[in-house]
Ligand binder design. Structure first.
Ligand SMILES: Nc1ncnc2c1ncn2[C@@H]1O[C@H](COP(=O)(O)OP(=O)(O)O)[C@@H](O)[C@H]1O
Ligand SMILES: [Mg+2]
Length: 439
């Protein structure tokens, strides 16, 4: 149903309001049911007194003064008396419990021939018949004598109470919702892999417990990250130092052995060094770098591409105009370098770097003409340490795309590994409009 609101706040308010309306109506019904009988009996009693007094006055009055008496009753009390015809049919009484109870009481007290009507000969009023010596009379009272005068006022009060209750419900739910919203925002930040702000540990006990648990969890994650980074940095340093010494020693070695062997060892050293670099990148707390509000992705990409072309790699750059973006420059350079490395190593050796924007925001693509990645494996390749079987013969750690994915998510974006028309891979990094990328 489209009217059903999406947020917890409005759903709760709506539910509470509906509940209140139902409760209010039920209460009104109970009240009416329990109040109707005493009210009908009371009204009947009033009418009975009027009839009895009128009849007594008529019976005992001097016949010559009867008219004056009737006149006075009409003037002072709004009570009118008319002679009637016992065979005349009075208009039927509306079928209301109130009137039925009243009529029964009247008949009980004034005799079974008593009739009650709300209208006679076109005149509205409370009409009651009575007899004097088999002659029928009708006495009429203003209807206001038996009717509750202001049901509208009741409705007004009811509406006011209801409105207050709904406002109250809104305030209560909003109060519960505020910390929940804060938690949601923090969880989103955490989901992107960034460090969420501390959420306030206040409000009702359950929310407080939840906030505290969340803060605890975020702090634990953060500490684990730091410990992992420290460990890896330590290991990497301890590996890189001897590696540098070996490289140096290799340079100084006389050309006793074969030059091929020397070149092979140098290449292995390069691979190990690159792998250590990947481990370090993967371990580095990715949100350590601050966001620069208006980074030009094209300038950034140009610099990375030039680094490759200078060393003779086949990388082409095809930029389109882009708005300034809130990016972490170093992290984005790493993204681009990892994707170009993949295109050169797994994708046939030629890379095209394309930038642009569409409705979804800015994008960065690295295209190649290699074997591509089957759609079924695309998501899996974003996991750390996963590689296609065909990549086993090449060096690498399986961390490159995991790093790209993490950095993209940190910017509120995503990575997709798409098939390229005519064969090859399109590794596409999508960056949403500025406001969502902050964090
Ligand atoms: N451009 C590409 N063309 C074909 N396969 C690719 C491409 N890029 C990545 N892959 C596949 O995805 C795997 C994971 O890539 P990555 O995480 O960068 O690790 P690595 O490059 O260290 O192997 C690669 O091993 C390869 O099998
Ligand atoms: Mg790689």
């Amino acid at each position: 149903m489209t009217l059903w609101p999406r947020t917890l706040l409005w759903r709760s308010v709506l539910l509470i309001a509906a509940l209140l309306v139902v409760a209010h109506l039920a209460w009104l019904q109970i009240f009416r049911a329990s109040e109707i009988e005493p009210r009908a009996l009371q009204a009947a009693q009033q009418v009975i007194s009027v009839v009895n007094l009128t009849r007594a006055a008529l019976v005992t009055a001097d016949p010559g003064r009867r008219f004056a008496l009737l006149d006075e009753l009409a003037q002072r009390e709004g009570i009118q008396v008319y002679a009637g015809d016992p065979v005349e049919a009075a208009p039927a009484l509306p079928d209301r419990p109130f009137l039925r109870i009243m009529e029964a009481r009247l008949r009980e007290q004034l005799g079974p021939q008593t009739r009650l009507a709300l209208e006679r000969e076109g005149v509205s009023g409370v009409w009651v018949s009575f007899r004097i010596d088999n002659e029928e009379f009708w006495v009429s009272l203003p209807r206001s004598r038996i009717e509750r005068n202001a049901p509208l006022r009741w409705i007004g009060w009811g509406a006011l109470v209801l409105a207050l209750a709904v406002i109250g419900a809104f305030l209560i739910v909003a109060r519960i919702n505020r910390p929940l919203r804060e938690l949601t925002r923090a969880a989103e930040v955490l989901g992107r892999g960034a460090t969420p702000p501390q959420v306030a540990e206040d409000g009702p006990a359950e929310i407080r417990t939840l906030s505290r648990a969340f803060n605890q969890m975020a702090a634990d994650l953060r500490r684990q990250d730091e410990e992992r980074a420290l460990l890896l940095a330590g290991v990497s340093h301890d590996l890189r130092t001897p590696l540098a010494r070996i490289r140096l020693a290799l340079e100084m070695l006389d050309d006793h052995g074969s030059a091929d062997l020397k070149a092979g060892v140098a290449e292995d050293i390069g691979d190990i060094d690159a792998a250590i670099g990947q481990f370090l990148d993967f371990a580095r707390p990715v949100d350590a770098e601050a966001v620069a509000g208006d980074t030009d992705l094209n300038v950034l990409a140009q610099a990375v591409v030039e680094r490759y072309t200078r060393s003779g790699k086949a990388v082409r750059f095809m930029p389109s105009p882009l708005p300034p973006l809130p990016l972490r420059a170093q992290a984005m350079q790493r993204v681009l370098a990892n994707l170009i490395d993949n295109a050169l190593r797994h994708g046939g050796g030629n890379a095209e770097v394309v930038t642009g924007q569409d409705q979804a925001g800015a994008y960065l693509e690295v295209r190649d003409r290699g074997p591509g990645i089957p759609a079924a494996d695309a998501q899996r390749m974003l996991q750390p340490f996963t590689r296609m079987d065909s990549a086993r013969s090449t060096s690498g750690t399986g961390l490159g795309l995991a790093i790209v994915d993490r950095i993209a998510r940190l910017h509120g974006g995503s990575v997709r590994l798409l098939p390229r028309e005519g064969g090859g891979l399109r590794a596409r990094v999508e960056l949403p409009p500025a406001k969502e990328a902050r964090g």
